[in-house]
Design a protein around this ligand. Structure first.
Ligand code: ATP
Ligand code: MG
Length: 415
């Protein structure tokens, strides 16, 4: 079954409201094996709604709309789509009675005229009951079996009606052993998207029937495999094989499957080896410590850390050499090394991590531009030091530096 989604609302086009309805619909429908093949957003004008739905119906078996079902004058969805199907609007006595009862219960007195509008439905339509609000949804189908399902715009109501009314209806149409849309994700870090594509070679365009998407972000590049139009057990088997093939190609840049945080992976690795961690952070200002301690149960691995922002703190609390700071600058290899060693020694930890860099936006020089970060990871006195240049604004540079620090430690653990 091929579906299209049309979300309706001027606020979506203006960017005042983010279209979370379309994303929610796509995820839920994928779960029952129904693919959304295209989505569009139109404004509240009747002509735009009709044109958007007509175009979608030309291509798809069915169209789901959200928004514009309410009682106000900008809510034109039902009328526009009824006109498209050549149907009149008729008063539904059951909906009217229900609206009158609800209104009387909640506010007392007679139903305002504008709300009566909600009881008007296209001739021949099926009502999708709204247990989460007042505007009923509508299912309208033509002689050729093409249909439009109209859901409310308010996300909570839309989600409720989808689960109560629409998903069961669509699942029944799809049949007993439906095909599914399933994805699996492999998380990689410390490798650029283009280098990753080169490494993947022939797999870069997909594996068998699985499509491959590159999802770059601050944490690295996620590789997402997607199976469509296969039965659940076939999809699961294909995805498992696909993940294994990707893992083998990509190698050590893979740190997890699914949604795992690198901090959690590193903590597990340290815990398994009985290692404790101490951090000394300059430009990241505690962000690495925050990421590590955000993971429940981190206290058996993380001992603590120092936000060594000022040079005096680097020297007095962590034993960094003032001569090295003068000679090489605070953002330098020897300082990163001594921050890591100092954290390890002063906190009696197995692992010390030192980070010093230029997070910007000011403070960059020709030699050390904004984004320059030195990271040292000292495991029982043996240190690796990394000189990175990170892109982005201050927040991104700081985050990327913590991600690299965690990855340096992860790689030490698997060596
Ligand atoms: P109502 O009965 O409240 O008028 P409605 O079905 O007419 O409901 P809209 O008026 O289009 O829906 O939207 C109601 C609210 O729901 C909007 O203010 C908006 O914040 C939110 N909304 C609408 N469409 C979306 C969407 N696609 N994604 C997220 N939020 C949305
Ligand atoms: Mg409305």
């Amino acid at each position: 079954m091929r579906l299209e989604v049309v979300t309706i609302g001027d606020e979506l086009l203006l960017g005042h409201t983010i279209d979370t309805n379309a994303a929610h619909l796509a995820r839920e429908l994928a779960g029952i094996g129904v693919s959304i093949v295209r989505r569009a957003t139109v404004g509240d004008a009747a002509g735009d709604i009709a044109a958007g739905v007509r175009d979608a119906l030309d291509r798809a078996d069915g169209v789901i709309t959200t928004g514009g079902l309410g009682p106000t004058s900008d809510d034109l969805t039902k009328e526009s789509i009824a006109a498209l199907f050549g149907r009149r609007m008729v008063l539904d006595e059951r909906i009217l009675a229900d609206l009158e009862r609800r209104w009387a219960d909640r506010f007392g007195g007679p139903l305002p005229a504008s709300n009566r509008q909600q009881a008007m439905i296209p001739e021949g339509a099926t009502i999708l009951v709204n247990r989460h609000g007042s505007a009923p949804g509508i299912w309208l189908e033509n002689e050729r079996g093409r249909w439009v399902a109209m859901l409310p715009g308010v996300p909570r109501e839309m989600r409720g009606m989808l689960a109560d009314e629409l998903l069961p209806r669509l699942a029944a149409r799809v049949g007993a052993d439906p095909t599914v849309v399933r994805s699996a994700v492999l998380r990689t870090t410390s490798m650029a998207e283009s280098a990753l594509a080169d490494r993947l070679g022939p797999l870069a365009r997909g594996i068998g029937s699985l499509s491959l998407a590159y999802l770059p972000g601050q944490e690295g590049v996620d590789l997402r495999l997607t199976s469509r139009d296969a039965r659940a057990h076939e999809a699961d088997a294909a995805l498992a094989a696909g993940l294994a093939a990707l893992r083998e190609r990509v190698g050590s840049s893979v740190y997890a499957e699914g949604a795992a945080d690198l901090a959690a992976i590193v903590l597990d690795g340290c815990r398994a080896r009985g290692l404790t961690i101490a951090v000394a952070e300059s430009c990241t200002g505690g962000l690495l410590g925050a990421r590590l301690t955000a993971i429940p149960g981190s206290s058996d691995v993380v001992l603590g850390g120092v936000i060594a922002y000022g040079n005096r703190v680097k020297v007095e609390l962590l034993g960094v050499s003032p001569d090295d700071i003068s000679a090489h600058g605070a953002v330098s290899e020897p300082v990163a090394r001594q921050l890591a060693a100092g954290a390890r020694a002063r906190l009696s930890a197995d692992v010390g991590i030192g980070i010093t860099g230029v997070a910007g936006p000011g403070g960059g020089t020709a030699e050390k531009p904004v984004g320059t970060v030195w990271i040292a990871v000292d495991v029982r006195g043996e240190a690796v030091v990394h000189d990175g240049r990170y892109i982005g604004d201050r927040e991104e540079i700081r985050f990327r530096a913590t991600q690299r620090a965690l990855d340096l430690l992860r790689r030490r653990l698997i060596d």
